[in-house]
Design a protein around this ligand. Sequence first.
Ligand code: NAD
Length: 460
Amino acid sequence: MSAALAPVVSRNPADPSDILVETAAPGAFAAADAVERARTAQPGWLRGGAAARSAALGAIAAAVEAAADELTALAVREVGKPVTEARAEVARTAAIWRYYAQAPYDATGAVHETATGAGLLLTRRRPHGVAGLITPWNFPFAIPSWKAAPALATGNTVVLKPAPEATACAQRLAVIVQQAVPDGVLTVLPGGATEGDAVASAADVVSFTGSTAVGQAVARTVADRGVPVQAELGGLNAAIVLPDADLDTAAAHLAAAIAGYAGQKCTATSRVIAVGAALDPLREALIAHLRALPVGDPADPTTVCGPLIDERARSRVTEARRGLSELAGVPAPARNDGWYAAPALVENVPPGHPLLHQEVFGPLAVLLCADDLDHAVRIANSVPYGLVTSVHTASLDTALHGLDRLDTGMIRVNAPSTGVDFHLPFGGTKASSRGPREQGGAALDFYTSTRTYGLAPAHP
Ligand code: NAD
């Protein structure tokens, strides 16, 4: 049965001859088995108590920190993340585990008076059972961690199905976690769509991050089973720049948000909307910053834009910019056939062009012009996605106006669209998200459900 499945392969995007993982796909039965093993382990993990779960999560944070150099190098090699950013992701991963290590001690409910005055009413949040986590490759340690840590903290066990392109990172993270938790509490199941679908079909709560088409299909299947599901999906994020902004600082933020990690973040900026007189000076500043942005070997600490994840991604970027006049194209390095694409800014894109309504997931942005702030907000809101918008202005009034009217889950003022914090709810509107938010306290709610208890006196 599994002989027909494509093998799981992961390659170095900067040097595709360097293969990190090449293994047979485990198949749907193995996925169902992994969920069953996790289900068997779950009651013991919950009964072990808050102190044990807190200590385990704290130990994972410390182990991630102790292995930071090795994990950083692995992310650089497997997913082509520039080393400075990879190091920051590993530090953030440790912080995520440490943050959720406190959660097992949090209150899980409230006490209420009864209507009659006798007895007590209580609420208590309880874990769902097995959390099935399906993750993309672009944050190979942080995304699995911001799902697994709250799931484990609240007493669920976990089956993680990582993207094939990030298999080695997920397996290394699993070794760290498994040293701190009992057998069966967290399993990493390599694979692709077959294994993802099998995990989504068997788990008691499902959290997905990835592309909109796949995530919406997964969310529908899981919701039809009556199981809680969240899906964090794509983006087509706008940056609105007002003439009163510090245009050079805004351009520096935008260049990093467009081309950092080759634009392969759901929060990357892909539409720059200049308002009125901001257009000409912003264009000039943005071109200068994009041209100065170091493109190349992700292992070089100065690199900001490394390779794309694979050949298919590079072709998608090449196709998306075909025939458009580029304002800031810089040559991409050709090194060991790495999947590089140069950052680019394009202007005068015809209405209806795919760049104006589809996510490309590459170092590419469109420059647009708006007559005034209302017009800019209308343009920003005119796409099927609603993840994050950045607004660049010196005026508090303008910022507040934007906050009220922008239809995105996250809004950042005078900051890049990328780089959101893990201790607050994360998610979008429209095609960018399905279901409840993740991260922060929202994740603790998602991985639990509320029970209401009524306690009456035995001898009224
Ligand atoms: P993808 O949708 O191709 O894959 C995501 C995961 O789903 C992988 O583990 C994949 O193996 C699995 N999968 C594929 N088909 C499946 C199926 N039929 N059933 C179940 N699982 C299946 O996405 P990707 O290329 O890994 O990641 C890039 C995308 O992720 C971009 O669209 C990006 O915007 C999005 N993303 C979103 C967020 C967010 O929080 N909103 C964060 C990071 C990435």
